[in-house]
Ligand binder design. Structure first.
Ligand SMILES: Nc1nc2c(ncn2[C@@H]2O[C@H](COP(=O)(O)OP(=O)(O)OP(=O)(O)O)[C@@H](O)[C@H]2O)c(=O)[nH]1
Ligand SMILES: [Mg+2]
Length: 293
């Protein structure tokens, strides 16, 4: 008899949820950056071990919604928690447990699924501070088992996955053997380009950026052409993203192209342009089409 199920991963922005999902899947399915609120959609990443399939659901960081986009992200978190078989609360061990973590812990408990806590980024801690962090994590939700991990180095990740596997209900696999994610190719490519863009921008700009892949063309076996638009919300943001003599968009393009080539294993020709699309974050129809639901 096989076992399979969904584990929804919630936590404050920037605690390392997407890094963890990539580590468990063994492949990059979610983009990562040191800017908060990087993840905008629920991304399913698949891990298979023998007779058990775990589908990890990477979620946007939980934060007070500010606009239509962030309200949708918050709603998505709730929907995925309700649909999961188990929930995983991720904490940043470097920072103490705060009101945000307590709010998320209450939300997870209310969802009524087994809660496990991952105390991430322990590679940044001394032994003494690790003990304090473990203590705080245990007090946050005494019924939840706490696993100190480093999504970056892989430390402790195996033990945590072992624990999650034991929580999965009996049932058939939900993803085909070898599948790693359910993300459409267009979305993954757009995300990899957005990652390159947000890693080079600061303050409010990363939040204002969205990327849309308009065309993917396999011209020949060893070459894929990708045409994509980077959206920003104002002319001044466009100016920053294009950069003096197009230097910024060129740098974003070559970083994104390298990453696409790494993922696809073939040559990529990337055509990027920057467009102003005012208020895309507030446009319900547009967000639907972007799959941010
Ligand atoms: N030192 C260290 N850094 C980590 C670890 N895990 C993640 N990071 C870093 O933390 C930052 C945030 O990582 P993400 O995986 O994007 O965080 P997230 O929780 O998905 O963030 P949102 O999508 O914004 O909610 C990145 O700079 C990562 O490289 C870890 O175990 N150790
Ligand atoms: Mg993320």
């Amino acid at each position: 008899m096989t076992r399979s199920g969904f584990v929804a991963l919630a936590g404050r922005p920037n605690v390392g949820k997407s890094t963890f999902v990539n580590a468990v899947v063994g492949e990059k399915v979610a983009i990562v950056s040191d800017r908060p609120q990087t993840t905008r959609r629920a991304i399913r990443g698949v891990h298979e071990r023998g007779d058990c399939q775990i589908v990890l659901v990477d979620l946007p960081g939980v934060q007070r919604p500010r606009d239509v986009l962030t309200s949708r992200m918050a709603r998505r978190v709730q929907l995925e928690l309700d649909g999961a078989d188990a929930t995983l609360l991720m904490l940043n061990a470097e920072q103490g447990v705060g009101p945000g973590d307590r709010f998320i812990a209450r939300t997870l408990v209310a969802a009524g699924k087994p809660v496990t806590i991952a105390l991430n980024k322990v590679d940044r801690l001394s032994r003494a501070s690790l003990l304090g962090a473990l203590q705080q994590a245990t007090e946050l939700e005494p019924r939840a088992e706490v696993f100190p991990v480093s999504a970056r180095t892989g430390l402790g990740v195996g033990e945590l996955v072992e624990h999650l596997a034991a929580l999965m209900p009996q049932g058939p696999f939900m993803f085909a053997a070898g599948a790693r994610s359910d993300q459409p190719r267009e979305v993954l490519f757009a995300e990899l380009i957005r990652e390159a863009a947000i890693r080079r921008t600061f303050q409010e700009l990363p939040h204002a950026v969205e990327v849309v892949v308009e065309e993917i063309e396999e011209t020949r076996a060893e070459l894929v052409r990708v045409r994509a638009l980077i959206w920003v919300e104002s002319d001044s943001q466009k100016g920053i993203l294009v950069g003096a003599r197009g230097r910024m968009v060129k740098a974003i393009g070559s970083a994104a192209r390298r990453e696409l080539q790494r993922v696809l294993g073939v040559q990529v020709h990337l055509e990027l342009s920057v467009r102003v699309r005012r208020d895309w974050r507030a446009d319900e129809g547009l967000l639907d089409r972007l799959g941010i639901t």
